[in-house]
Design a protein around this ligand. Structure first.
Ligand code: SF4
Length: 215
């Protein structure tokens, strides 16, 4: 009988299982290989993922688009960019006619691309040595928004700097500083970062983002 089944938890379990299959395979103890995904998101989150991880809560099938494409035949092979003795490993969702393409799900048509998606795409352009790329945002209503990018050296240098910082902090076992942003609201480490154990005091989003109450 349909009423006897907890369909919500069945769907959640299915999404979690597929999500795990599609996750980028990161060897947590290999500090000399840093994955591009790790440095375009908050470094503290990536550090916790390697040293004391907590499972992420997946919200729906929409979040799995990019991982699915990487696993299918359209996906390009992962590629390494050497930075001295550190390997930066990246993978685009698709390469078509020499153009790197990323697919991202979005609740609504965005006014501009997300900063971390731009960093990811730009780094892929350098890793695969291609001049141009695009990000395609897809909403649950199947609307699309496409943003094109020509590769930029300064932006890639910022990614390289973050690769070195994450590698240093992992070697020294030092937790990276907070990088407050709206991503904190969906982050599985939110409590660890923003709720003090002693007082259970929760910081407001304005405090998280460093905005004073007067502002
Ligand atoms: S809650 Fe925010 S600052 Fe803390 S790890 Fe997550 S994204 Fe980073």
């Amino acid at each position: 009988m349909m009423g006897d089944r907890d369909f919500r938890s069945i769907i959640k379990n299915a999404i979690d299982s597929i999500g795990k299959e599609l996750e980028i395979d990161i060897d947590a103890s290999d500090y000399k290989t840093i994955h591009l995904q790790e440095v375009v998101q908050c470094l503290r989150r990536s550090y916790y993922d390697r040293t004391d991880s907590k499972e992420v809560e997946r919200r729906g099938f929409n979040d799995l688009t990019s991982g699915l494409l990487r696993k299918l035949e359209y996906g390009s092979e992962p590629k390494i960019f050497e930075i001295d003795d550190i390997k930066l490993k990246g993978q685009s969702d698709m390469i078509l006619d020499d153009i790197i393409i990323l697919f991202r799900s979005s609740k609504e048509i965005p006014e501009a691309p997300q900063a971390n998606d731009l960093l990811y795409l730009n780094a892929c352009l350098w890793i695969y040595d291609k001049p141009d790329g695009m990000i395609i945002y897809i909403t649950s209503e199947r609307e699309e928004f496409t943003f094109s990018l020509t590769r930029d050296k300064k932006m890639f240098e910022e990614v390289i700097r973050r690769v070195r910082v994450l590698n240093d902090l992992l070697n020294e076992q030092k937790t990276p500083i907070l990088e407050p942003s709206l991503s904190c609201l969906d982050c599985q480490y939110y409590q660890r970062c923003f709720i003090s154990k002693k007082s259970s005091k929760q910081l407001s989003l304005a405090e998280m983002l460093g905005l004073s109450k007067e502002n």
